[in-house]
Write a protein that binds this ligand. Sequence first.
Ligand SMILES: Cc1cc2nc3c(=O)[nH]c(=O)nc-3n(C[C@H](O)[C@H](O)[C@H](O)COP(=O)(O)OP(=O)(O)OC[C@H]3O[C@@H](n4cnc5c(N)ncnc54)[C@H](O)[C@@H]3O)c2cc1C
Length: 452
Amino acid sequence: MADAPRSTPGPEITTGEHRRTAWSNWSGAVRGIADRLLAPDIADRLLAPDIADQLRDIVLDDTARARGISVVGSGHSYADLVAPTGRTLVDLRHHRGVVAVDPAAMTVRVKAGTTMRELNRELAAAGFALPNQSAIDEQTVAGVVATATHGSSPRHGTLSSHVVAARILTADGRVRTITQDAPELDGVRVHLGCLGVVLDLTFTVVPGHRLRKVVHRRPLPEVLADLDAFREVHFGGFWWYPHTSQAIVWEAAPTDEPPTPPPGPPGALLGLLCNNSWPPRVTGAAHYAAAVAAGRSGARVLRCDDALLHHLPPPVQGTEYSVPFDRAADAIRALVREVRRGGLRVSAPVDVRFTAADTGWLSPSRQTPTCHIGVTHPVSARDPERWVAPLRAVDSVLWEFDGRPHWAKVHFRTGRELAGRYPEWDRFQELRRAWDPDGVFLGGHLRELFER
Ligand SMILES: Cc1cc2nc3c(=O)[nH]c(=O)nc-3n(C[C@H](O)[C@H](O)[C@H](O)COP(=O)(O)OP(=O)(O)OC[C@H]3O[C@@H](n4cnc5c(N)ncnc54)[C@H](O)[C@@H]3O)c2cc1C
């Protein structure tokens, strides 16, 4: 596989300072002209012995503070967390790589701008792996942790739950090291980019291993009736193919079997059948054909991180709700009814995944075994707002099941509504205001949530 591509800020800009630079996220739905974009050349160690010194100058600069500062990862959030317009953007693409693996403590310390793909490769070469993965590996480690990105395993919380230490440069120019004995660690776990510049993170690791992944097709009503089976798997989840009653179920478990060849990318036809904005009846037929094809893919044995990855979809907008496991079957049934009743053009398979309860103050899985229900909609250049109505309808349905929206995806909730779903909301606010009293790291979207 090629190196993880960065969607921002454009291939020609790699280091230095760039004035009035256009920035957009992966899907192109979030875009703006930043006041300036800084991509510090951290490799120049003679001039800058520590990245923190370079970043401190930026964080303490009066103009940057007045206009606001956002750190950008790989730009893979659908939500406007970066809020580029008029702000100083800091791109840490050169601050990457593993600092140290500690085999006794079973941890890895990694620089914030490292992509998940780079981390997985370095760990595999050293005989280790992260305990879990998300569906793609293009994101940076700091970006993943910012938004409580997750995979699908009832034995693991979100990827933020695997963080055991963090180093963060806060708005006063101090570098804070937060370790497991610090109460703030559960606040930093899901930092949303608004606590400061994360410099590096330490994650728990497990010995490298292979997973045997099995995929099969089942009727959705059967899958929902038997949902408790997902409490027992190592890794597993399913996709519901909207406008059909078909589900593709996948499960993965550790194995000593020899590896099989990796699957190729899905063909263009399958991609089209799964991602379109055709009328529901046409989509139903397309999805049925796609589910039959997907259900034939059988079993594979792959390196653990590769086994849990899925193919990157074409640019889409997405919403995702995390509902308590106990309410998941009813939530999905309600979603199915709404899609049918409203004729919603939910065109891509709905991704259903699971995580264990975890402890991050703003983790959607906080203290609750969770089912995550993800719905995407294609982005259309001709009709850029087309996704709004279907995703708003999905948001309305899943909110009623004690849902907490994914921080990185679109939702239609106010801060006050979200505060009611997060018992530690005020504690996070206290920490944020203590570390960043002027709201230097608070972009427009987050300001709406935290300051209105
Ligand atoms: C195709 C696709 C697949 C996805 N799959 C999954 C999935 O399987 N599971 C899941 O839960 N989510 C998934 N996501 C969501 C994705 O994991 C999150 O959006 C993640 O936050 C993206 O990381 P990033 O590096 O692109 O960060 P960005 O989107 O660039 O930034 C995210 C946040 O992190 C902050 N940030 C980044 N770096 C730093 C730093 N060094 N210091 C301080 N703040 C920082 C930014 O300011 C921003 O607030 C997916 C998204 C896409 C587009």
